[in-house]
Ligand binder design. Structure first.
Ligand code: C5P
Length: 223
């Protein structure tokens, strides 16, 4: 049976994460946060004191990554790494930055490929990432590439971090996001770019609801 996938790719802070989660909820589909897998590999490496450019070590870790996505006691999405609950550290900019370093290693990307494809189950999957439409689910019937200006993305990230009670500095965030985008877009394997058949949505001046409705309308058009 063909299981449909909606892919949402784009740079950090474009709203992909929030929109994908809401979209999956509205459609009653599964949800893949592929960035979390790269963040978990990075966190596992850092916890083991492994250098992020240790190709054999980090890719071995990615191949045997012990993660479990679950709901916490309050019914909110939670994740375990090596059996222990991971908290806000997964969402810090430092972890995002480390994730983008391990994500540039081809062996790490290869190791995570099947794990990501395993999320595809009926009635459908919403997949959030950088290469969902280009590499992981090239046959997805609907591919969206979500962007927004760097300043606006940094502002959103800033508010998100503050809301979680984490430290944030707006000028530093703008720099960090720009640097991470550059690394993601310039890497040799699965660089950040829209799939040829992706629809680009620029969310700079759009609310989350407006983006969600636009994607729902696109999904409805495609049956
Ligand atoms: O989306 P998120 O900010 O959680 O992703 C963290 C990092 O993981 C990205 O900057 C990117 O380098 C990497 N990533 C990737 N491919 C994906 C998802 C994330 O390379 N599909």
């Amino acid at each position: 049976m063909f299981v449909p996938v909606i892919t949402l790719d784009g740079p950090g802070g474009s709203g992909k994460g929030t929109v994908s989660r809401l979209l999956a909820e509205r459609l009653g589909w599964s949800f893949l946060d592929s960035g979390a897998l790269y963040r978990l590999v990075a966190l596992g490496a850092l916890r083991r004191g492994m250098a992020l450019d240790d190709v054999a070590g980090v890719s071995g870790l990615a191949r045997h990554l012990d993660v479990c996505f679950e709901l916490d006691e309050a019914g909110a999405p939670a994740v375990r790494l090596d059996g222990d609950r991971v908290g806000g550290e997964l969402r810090t900019e430092a972890c995002g930055d480390a994730a983008s370093k391990v994500a540039a290693i081809p062996e790490v990307r290869q190791a995570l490929l099947d794990r990501q494809r395993d999320f595809r189950s009926a009635p459908g999957l919403v997949a959030d990432g950088r290469d969902m439409g280009t590499v992981v689910f090239p046959d997805a019937p609907l591919k969206v590439f979500l962007t927004a200006d760097t300043e606006e993305r940094a502002r959103r990230r800033y508010l998100q971090l503050k809301e979680q009670g984490l430290n944030a500095n707006l000028p530093a965030l703008i720099e960090e996001l720009a640097e991470r985008d550059r690394r993601d877009a310039e890497r040799a394997v699965a660089p950040l770019r829209p799939a040829e058949d992706a629809i680009e949505v620029n969310s700079t001046h759009m609310s989350i609801d407006a983006v969600l409705n636009e994607i729902l309308a696109l999904a409805a058009q495609r049956g």
